[in-house]
Design a protein around this ligand. Sequence first.
Ligand code: ATR
Length: 275
Amino acid sequence: MKKLFGVIGDPISHSMSPAMHNDLFKAYSIDAHYQLFHITKENLPDAIKGFRAIGIEGFNVTVPHKEAIIPLLDELDPLAESIGAVNTVVNQDGRLKGYNTDGSGYLKGLLNHKHSLNDKKMLIVGAGGAARAIYFTIAKEGTELLDICNRTPRRAEQIINDCPFRVPARVLNRQEAEGNLETYDIIVQTTSIGMHPETDQSPLSLHKLKPGSFVSDIIYNPLETKLLKEAHSKGAGIQNGIDMFVYQGALAFEKWTGIVPDIERMRHKVLNQLG
Ligand code: ATR
């Protein structure tokens, strides 16, 4: 019988995950289908019950369910537990186990560009769910400095305090971050600022960007945000959000099938979908 996988969220219709995973099932001759499930907050408990009943093999979880799903699962991976959010669920003989591959997917993409983070000074812009997963994963990996700049400083402080992996870290406001920019080797942009359709927005001015630094934006629509354009024009290395999206999907696929998928094929498929 065809194995069933999917993604739950609200909204969900624009997800590129079905195209990416169904293409992988085809490539590896796996008799499976990956389906979009539009699930509202109110319907989440019933949806999970239904998934158990039909024996779904695994699924991804996106906004707004990444935290709310936790009490509905049987088991949690330790990293997902400390982050407090799940984006991937595996059905292990009827037990639903939650993982978070957002941060680890981000880290994999970053390590393609930077071989080690141990001697790097980093700035994370934003303190939402994505920033939290990325902060915890990078802190676990270890880095020389991991500052956070956010409009609401309390949220940044909360991330640093909650993180079980200790690294030198400070909370900065936008002005302080812009004034101290020459400190950083790597800047990671995790907010929605600059995303389509508001592509003329940028969360940070890069006047004081250190020569040879690297700027990474988790947005992939557009492929080059205003921030990345400015970084590129200043000679910095840049990375858009395609890597994080593709690697979080690759790590989920590996947990479901045991196969390490072809990243270039996935990247190609996603870029095609974006048009
Ligand atoms: P996600 O889970 O996708 O990361 P989120 O939890 O809503 O989303 O977080 C969004 C991030 O973008 C936050 O850091 C938010 O800043 P606040 O914590 O101050 O709300 C940031 N953000 C969104 N819109 C912003 C804006 N117009 N100006 C500054 N920061 C903004």
